[in-house]
Design a protein around this ligand. Structure first.
Ligand code: KG4
Length: 337
């Protein structure tokens, strides 16, 4: 079954043609450069750019798959969560395409899509497993019982991990998105140079908070600047990465232990981080668990992951009508459309 998948939840416009877990084509147009001068994504700019790009990207995905659009069997689209105006562009395009071609429309939850990026990369991977989904807008430890049966068992009470990377990078004068520049700065830094907060949420062992960490980095940088003191920026970046990793990795491992799962999966843009990947490798080796982390091109937003998850949603009976709406927020387990 050939699915045309559409993704437009944030600042990447993406289209792909997939067949089960196989990717026949995948095109991604990042708007990151257009948002960089503002230091973050401007929703209105994101929506406008999705509108100008989406038709051509969808056509390019069909062409690169070597098929005619009449050979498509369904359209899958990210409908939640994300920037509402940005999501609406993809949803309305997908509705039009499904209606014009007379084929089913499959709504896909964005974070479920990030998890499914691992099914593309690792043909042997099957639920159940615990997945840490870490991106610019989401941070969640997910109990993945089945392809469409999952629930969040731990989440952030404030900032997402990626957002925290972006804000810490910004105060250090690094470009947006800040994950990779901050990781590069941290390369030669001492991760013990600064003692940064590792917040715990009482009574919620798998939950997280990153706002205190973000504020601590902002205060260290501002204090040094106000006093005219030299700042060990590499040390601060390395200590920051360590604090994020030491928040994410032990909680995910503890969740895997308590659920009795032998498999740990990481997904989302922040899964590209070398420190977090290395810490997961060590933790999984120590506890005898299998670890799956997607290759870099499948960590960030793309439509192939939406097509792959769309296939499993379709098999589970998910179909949307022309009344499909977009939602800025949507629980991973209470999927409504
Ligand atoms: O999954 P994604 O492309 O978009 C969302 O769905 O949010 O994730 C983007 C986020 C940004 O915050 C970016 O700074 C972060 O992923 N990111 C990284 C790295 N590469 C991207 N964070 C830390 N280390 C990286 N290497």
């Amino acid at each position: 079954m050939k699915i045309l998948a559409i993704e437009s939840s944030c600042d990447e416009t993406a289209a792909a043609v997939t067949q089960g877990r196989e990717v026949l084509s995948s095109v991604v147009l990042s708007q990151a450069d257009m948002h960089a001068i503002y230091g973050g994504v401007v929703p209105e700019i994101a929506s406008r750019n999705h509108i100008t790009a989406i038709s051509r990207l969808a056509q390019a995905a069909v062409d690169q798959a070597g098929i005619e659009k009449e050979e498509l069997d369904a359209i899958a689209v990210t409908y939640a969560p994300g920037l509402i105006g940005a999501l609406l562009v993809g949803v309305n395009f997908a509705k039009g395409a499904a209606m014009a071609l007379g084929i089913p429309l499959i709504p896909v939850h964005h974070v479920r899509g990030h998890i499914a990026a691992n099914y593309i990369a690792f043909p042997q991977l099957e639920p159940p497993f615990v997945c840490l989904a870490i991106s610019g807008g989401n941070t969640a430890i997910v109990d993945v019982r089945g392809y469409t049966d999952m629930s969040i068992i731990g989440t952030t009470h404030d900032d997402a991990a990626g957002e925290c990377f972006d804000k810490a990078a910004r105060v250090l004068g690094l470009p947006y998105p800040g994950g990779v520049p901050l990781q590069n700065l941290a390369k030669d830094g001492d991760d013990g140079a600064f003692d940064l907060p590792h917040a715990k949420i009482q009574g919620h062992p798998y939950d997280m908070s990153f706002s205190g960490l973000k504020t601590a980095v902002v205060n260290i940088v501002h204090n040094a600047r106000q006093k005219g003191e030299a700042l060990d920026e590499a040390g601060l970046a390395a200590s920051f990465q360590r604090a994020v990793s030491e928040t994410l990795v032990p909680r995910t491992m503890a969740a895997a232990e308590s659920l009795g799962y032998d498999t740990v999966v990481v997904a989302g843009g922040v899964a590209a981080n070398v420190r977090i990947r290395a810490d997961f490798e060590r933790a999984c080796e120590k506890s005898g668990r299998k670890l799956f982390v997607p290759p870099l091109k499948l960590c960030g937003d793309n439509a192939a992951m939406i097509g792959c998850q769309g296939y499993y949603e379709y098999m589970a009976g998910a179909r949307a009508g022309m009344e499909l709406n977009a939602y800025a927020n949507m629980d991973i387990d209470k999927v409504v459309f």
